[in-house]
Ligand binder design. Sequence first.
Ligand SMILES: [Fe+2]
Ligand SMILES: [Fe+2]
Length: 380
Amino acid sequence: MNTATRPGGPTRPDTPGRMTTLAGMTTFARPTTLASLASLARRSTEMPTSPDPGGPESAGVAGIADAVRAELTDVMRFAHVNTFHPNAFDWSEAATPAELEYLSVVAFGEPGHGAKAAAYIAKELAQLAEIERHVSAVMALAMGELHDLPDAVNHGHELHHALSCFAAEEFQHANTFYRYARAVSGIEPRVANGLFEERLAVFRTDDHPYVKLVALCLSAYVGESVITVFEHRTDALDPDRTRFFTRLLHAHGLDEARHVKVDHVAMKLIHPALGESDRERVRALLAEIEDLNRRLAQSFESAVSAALDLDFTTGNPAAETQLAMAKGFGAELFAEDGTLRTVDEILGGDLLDGGLRELVTRFSGTDRIHTTARLTGALR
Ligand SMILES: [Fe+2]
Ligand SMILES: [Fe+2]
């Protein structure tokens, strides 16, 4: 039995810093907050680091080295416990009639739309799988380039370990989600125009690997946040995790919780340490990859709706919520001064008219995404 995907198995921390170990004992890791990241960064500017950094961003990057390495050590501490392998699922449970009714409730808020819900979820997860595979490839590319660009941040094992695990986990997510998309839709989830070469070419530039890593993390971040909202929704609808889909999103979320923290390191520590022209390059790479990812999404939508002869987006409340979240978070990610905001900063601030916050709360039962979730009531 896969303990990572069953009730009672390893879980994401439900209180800050609380972790379940292999032995089933509960330990407490040092709580990580954005405030603690900022104070670590301040401390590391006061302390000299070694070895001597190289590259155009070296001065800024040296100043954050201790903070980055300490945070990554913390984030990765239980990566061997809070994770999963696709073999451990009972795949015969993935597409039963009861499971399709559950997908209907997840997507449409009521049973009776199983075929459309399965098509919608298969399309979204196949597309996500393709994006995850690309994230793995670009991460490997950036790590290869970092190999002969040693500096105070990538000195030692911390960054190498965090990125290696991130890339390996995304590769297994792609494997898992493609298998799920096949199972639940009954079709081969392939598109004629996957744009893999084009998406890889975006990152085959002379930019410093940190520029590529920040842009890559940002391109993944909104999607990772949106799927976390869906994970909260399934947790609220099915708190005992009796359904395959709930367990699938929960298991994926064990890894994603770390990925999001690595994204936050990229956003809150590495990005501010880049020079102005490098920050402009981050925005340029992000715009290019987002444009290609949008084209990829269109390819998946037409391929799945043609193969199943179904329109699964019209009148689909989950698809509408997903689109509103992706647009709202994407629009507010960069503050006016060019710094980056987390999705919880976006939701908790005065940036929105309240509409998106209310939508997220109604859909997921919580008004927090990556920070400790606060249950706010029944779903609608
Ligand atoms: Fe993933
Ligand atoms: Fe991820």
